[in-house]
Each structure stands twice: as C-alpha cells, then as structure tokens.
Design a protein around this ligand. Structure first.
Ligand code: PLP
Length: 349
C-alpha cells in the first residue's frame, strides 16, 4: 500500500475499490466500432445468457445503472401504490435509498420488520401482515431481504426457505437485494439457484459494482410475469442506458471463468483475516457474526478519531452503529496489517 492516504485502499466501502481487470478488459473489448444501442446488442445478449446459465433457469434480465434503481424499480413492479413492502429495519431499501422504492412505486409504504443480526424474523412477517387486514392499512404485498445483509451476515438456505414459507402462506412476493449477492454465494458455498429461485425469490437485484464493475447492476426476474413492461419502467426512470454495452460487457468479463465468485471469495477472506487481527486488540469488540466481506467493530470514540486523523476512512453509523470495515476484491493482507498496526498505536496512546 502507498503511504499517501489519498491513494490508500480503504475499508469504508467495497464501492471505494476500482474496476477489476476482467471488467476493465471487457469494457475495452466492447469499445470497438459501432454497436446497436439500448440493449439491442450482442454484449447485452451474452451477459443475459451467462446470467441464465449461472442460475440454471430461464429468467428475464435487465441492466440498470445502480442498486437503488434496481431495488426500487423491481419493488415497484411487485406492488400497487396501496400495497406495502416488508423489509428489515436496517434494510438499504428503507434507510439508504432516499425513499426511491416509495417514489417509483407511487407511494407503496415500506414497513419495518425486526430480526437479529440484520435478518428478518419470519414470525415477524406474519405478525406484520396479520396485525391489520382492514382497508385503512397498506396491504402487505412483498418481502425484501438483503443477501448478504447490511450487517455483513448471510441468510442460510433454511432461513430463506422459512421466509418463503411465510410469503407463500400470506400471498407475498419475495425480492432480494443482492448488492453483495456474490459475497453471500461465496460464503455459503452453494449454487446461486439454491438461494434464489429454489428458495422462492421472485426477483433478484444482482450487484456488480461492489464485486468489481464500474457501474451497472442486473435485475433478474425468476418470475417472468412480474417482468412485464419492466423495460418501460426502466426507460421512464432514466435507467435505460443508450450505450448499454458498457453496462453489460463488464458482466461478461465477470461471469466468464467464475471471476465474480473468485473476487467475492477473496473479499470475504480478507474480512476473515481482518476479523482475526481485530480479535487481538482488546479495545475492539466484534459486533455481529462475520459471514461476508465486512466486519463491524465497536471502538472507543477517541480511537476512531485518531484513525480518521491517520487518514483511514470508514463509517460508524451503518446499521446499529459501530464501525463498518469492508473489504473489496482488491484488498490485500498488508492493507489489513497496516490498519491494525495503526489501530494498536491509537489504542496505546
Ligand atoms: C445493501 C445495499 N443495497 C443496495 C446498494 C446499492 O446502492 P447504489 O444505488 O449506491 O448502487 C447498496 C450500496 O451501498 C447496499 O449496500
């Protein structure tokens, strides 16, 4: 790592990382000649086919610019304006999307459901649905789960199936915010289908950015009926890229030869390494089970301030609080070693 704080690899977000070489190479390859616009091109067709291969099923695939658009437009396609969406109280769709799901669905209300470690408690879904059934209550229509969660935990196959069970029983669609879906798959060691359509997921927002692309998340409808006119929804929201190949080509680079999974597994491994090192610092308390590429840690306020002064960047307001330290596809052990060495100095002063 360089000594210049402005060029350091940071732990603030996997968004801080650059574009991985495979996505970059695919972008360069796509930057040849003239190609049809608006997704009617071979790169986009190939990326969608690779996603269908990956999930081992037919599905409808769309590429949008970012995760907020993917979540809010896909949720809007599951609901009418008088419906509600149930999500965890720390869900990105509620806390960090500036009301976009409500905006794009013309007012569908987001209702918050509790649960430990950032995961929805299935029993709480039923309570939320049954507590009111009158016409004055926004009728629950969808559940949104985040995989991996905002607290760096991962739903197991069984946990997802328990939520699906409630969805089936209560007539709810199941949406998955998969901004870090790759990290969840790498963590669980399952086939992508096992935690999506085989666990009742109707639509997945498959994150590319945090996995190594520059821009562009995929919306994957396993329930094709729900994808009806989704292209119009994207266009109206300003999410239909005219030069679509530059959103889709990096996906080709990522999906070939398991690049996406390798990068995610590496980020998870770095977070594991970081967690182990932090456990050697008595002033640092690990807050949640580390299952993907982030570690949440409680640190004394003066120590946090000293670390910020040293040029380290990380957030201390995400989820339940504590400091979120996130690893990316390009994090290396020496980044972790330097961070932890500075932390040890900060606690000793
Ligand atoms: C859980 C989760 N969902 C979705 C997103 C996507 O957000 P963006 O619109 O910034 O791509 C993020 C990004 O931080 C996230 O952490």
């Amino acid at each position: 790592m360089t000594d210049r704080p402005d060029q350091r690899r940071q732990f603030a977000s996997d968004n801080y990382a650059g574009v991985c070489p495979e996505a970059w190479a695919a972008l360069q390859k796509a930057n040849r000649g003239h190609v049809r616009g608006y997704g009617d091109d071979e790169w986009t067709a190939q990326a969608a086919d690779l996603i269908r291969d990956l999930f081992e099923t037919k599905c409808e695939v769309f590429f949008v610019f970012n995760g907020t658009a993917a979540n809010s437009l896909s949720l809007a396609s599951l609901c009418q304006s008088y419906h509600s969406i149930l999500c965890h109280e720390f869900a990105h769709v509620e806390r960090d999307e500036c009301g976009a799901p409500e905006f794009f669905s013309n007012g569908t209300k987001v209702l918050l459901v509790p649960g430990d470690n950032g995961k929805i408690d299935p029993a709480a879904i039923e309570t939320m649905v049954k507590r009111r059934t009158d016409v004055h209550y926004p009728k629950p229509r969808a559940v949104s789960v985040t995989q991996a969660t905002e607290l760096g935990t991962v739903y197991s196959v069984e946990e997802l199936k328990a939520i699906w069970g409630k969805c089936k029983k209560l007539g709810l669609h199941l949406h998955m915010d998969g901004a870090r879906f790759a990290n969840a798959v790498a963590s669980l060691g399952v086939a992508p289908k096992e935690i999506t359509w085989q666990a009742g997921v109707d639509v997945l927002c498959f994150g590319g950015t945090k996995n190594g692309t520059a821009v562009g998340d995929a919306v994957v409808f396993f329930n094709p009926a729900l994808a009806k006119e989704f292209d119009f929804r994207c266009k109206q929201a300003g999410q239909l890229a005219s030069k679509m190949r530059f959103l889709s080509a990096p996906w080709v680079g990522m999906l070939q030869d398991g690049v996406w999974l390798r990068h995610a597994a590496h980020a998870n491994k770095m977070a594991e390494y970081l967690e182990r090192a932090l456990r050697g610092v008595p002033e640092a308390t690990i807050l949640f089970p580390r299952q993907a590429n982030s570690v949440f840690v409680e640190l004394p306020t003066p120590v946090i301030e000293k670390m910020w002064e040293r040029g380290w960047m990380f957030y201390n307001f995400i989820g339940k609080g504590g400091c979120r330290l996130m690893c990316a596809w390009d994090t290396v052990e020496s980044d972790v070693d330097e961070f932890v060495a500075d932390l040890k100095t900060a606690v000793s002063r």
